[in-house]
Ligand binder design. Structure first.
Ligand code: AHR
Length: 508
């Protein structure tokens, strides 16, 4: 197969939203406990933060991290996680059938985020709680001092405000599984009033309203419309969540799921803009795609991949939950999801891969043991590092490949950025063909690039197959290697992409 791509300096989408490279830390399974935080681990610092995990988080290049949930936040009292650790209550977390010790809370997360050099995106509980607890939390976090909540923060050891800009107004409240599930009207009014009260404490915060938990929700579309009809003026973003997996061994359809992601985003953009038009609003609401990833919720066909770790009936602290092991195919699909997010960078301004460590995560760690990169680490890390400047609008003509779920789709999926200050163009490109190499030609117009700076590819490793994965005992089985034979001549780049691969090529 072949594909032809054209890039032109005059056709751009948006500035690269750096917050697209966000991640998510939930009090779920082993994301916090034995993930980022494990006092007593040989690599832990004096606060219990695992240095080995921190180093991988920095290498991953996550820019903003959503916390503390997730389904967890809908039953969480944030006050349980502040103050002397020995006084903090142990609680039952109904969302994940877990005992929450509260040994880690807001102060620890803010300290950890500073160490990791990431922005904090804090979610408030709009499941069991409401306006009052949310505004108290903003006062606790962001007010300088001299009031009840801000002085409590100071007494708890943080003289300076946390200065948290980005806030989520609850989590997945459209879902019947959610503690405190609501109708769109109930949630829309609550989001509107909570947003108003939070902004009265700190007018400079940015607020994310809850959108649909996935595109298959029966309320998808009407939920966004109703919620925004109430809260359009009070919020800045509406959220999207989506998880994908390979079903029934149908890798071709799985590799094309970015087609679904594109359509899902376009649908939410249309709904936002319909509410904007009908309400005669001037401001622009954008999208926070604050949970996305591959997640084997329905299991995998093969027995060799321990994708599902199920919950126990017992109440335990930080049990193993959904510690999916990601393979080559998953990594290529994750690359295409990042392309989709970037292509929509004018409207998707925030995105958070769910989650950061152990729980459906690019980073894995073992209690008392090592930490390592999963296959999906690589496209995220490279795109966070190299997607700089402006997102370029891609003109693409690609041969097609058949899928059961989406019909014929482009065999090549791509995204590109251009940084005028360095003159660098970055092309991110996947070959969805399971059997064939694909020839790509890239015409560069007005971009002044004449040199290949780097070219790397993630594909099936020698001696492996499309389900090869990194594990504790084989941590570097899947990774990036040089992409050979890339040539740039008179403004046209030519490359041969291996079957089932994700590549990144940088030019200047
Ligand atoms: O990321 C795992 C869970 O998926 C989150 O807690 C929830 O918001 C979503 O359903």
């Amino acid at each position: 197969p072949r594909a032809r791509i054209v890039l032109d300096r005059d056709f751009t989408v948006a500035d690269v939203p750096r917050r697209l490279f966000g991640s998510f830390v939930e009090h779920m399974g082993r994301c916090v406990y034995t993930g980022i935080f494990e006092p007593g681990h040989p690599q832990a610092d004096e606060r219990g933060f695992r240095r080995d995990v921190l180093a991988l988080v920095k290498e991953l290049g996550a820019t903003v991290i959503r916390y503390p949930g997730g389904n967890f936040v809908s039953g969480y009292n944030w006050e349980d996680g502040v103050g002397p650790v020995e006084d903090r209550p142990h609680r039952l977390d109904g969302a994940w059938h877990t005992v929450e010790t509260n040994a880690f809370g807001l102060h620890e997360f803010v300290d950890w985020a500073r160490e990791a050099q990431v922005e904090v995106m804090e979610a408030v509980n709009l499941g069991t709680r409401g306006v009052d607890e949310a505004r108290a939390l903003v006062e606790y976090a962001n007010h300088a001092g001299g009031t009840y909540w801000s002085d409590l923060r100071r007494r708890n050891g943080a003289a300076a405000p946390f200065d948290i800009r980005l806030w989520c107004l609850g989590n997945e409240l459209d879902g019947p599984w959610q503690i405190g599930h609501k109708t769109a009207h109930e949630y829309g009014r609550l989001a509107q009033e909570t947003a108003k009260a939070m902004r009265l404490v700190d007018p400079d915060i940015e607020l994310v309203a809850v959108g649909s938990s996935n595109r298959q929700m029966p309320t998808f579309g009407t939920w966004e419309h109703t919620v925004l009809t109430h809260a359009y003026e009070e919020v800045d973003y509406i959220s999207m969540h989506a998880y994908y997996q390979e079903d029934g061994g149908d890798a071709a359809s799985f590799l094309a799921e970015a087609v679904d992601m594109d359509a899902f985003i376009d649908g939410v953009v249309s709904t936002i803009d319909a509410v904007k038009a009908a309400g005669k609003h001037r401001k622009q609401v954008d999208i926070s795609f604050d949970e996305w990833n591959v997640w084997y919720q329905r299991g995998l066909d093969t027995e060799d991949q321990p994708h599902i770790v199920s919950a126990s009936k017992e109440w335990r602290a930080h049990p193993r939950l959904i510690e999916d092991t990601y393979n080559v195919t998953d990594a290529v699909v994750v690359g295409t999801f990042l392309h989709s997010l970037l292509r929509h960078g004018d409207r998707v301004r925030i995105a958070n891969q769910a989650q950061l460590v152990n729980v459906i995560a690019p980073i894995r760690s073992e209690e008392g043991g090592p930490a390592w990169r999963q296959s999906i680490f690589w496209p995220f890390a490279r795109m966070s590092q190299l997607a700089q400047g402006r997102v370029l609008r891609l003109a693409i003509e690609s041969d097609q490949t058949p899928t059961a779920k989406f019909g014929d789709v482009d065999v090549v999926d791509a995204a590109a950025t251009w940084d005028e200050s360095t003159g660098r163009v970055a092309l991110f490109v996947a070959n969805r063909s399971l059997e064939s190499e694909t020839e790509v030609s890239l015409e560069l117009r007005g971009l002044g690039a004449s040199n290949v700076v780097s070219a790397e590819v993630l594909t099936v490793p020698e001696g492996g197959d499309r389900r090869s994965a990194n594990t504790e005992h084989d941590q570097d089985c899947v990774g990036l290697e040089p992409l050979r034979g890339v040539g740039l001549d008179e403004g046209v780049l030519r490359a041969t992409l291996p079957a089932l691969s994700w590549s990144v090529i940088v030019l200047d």
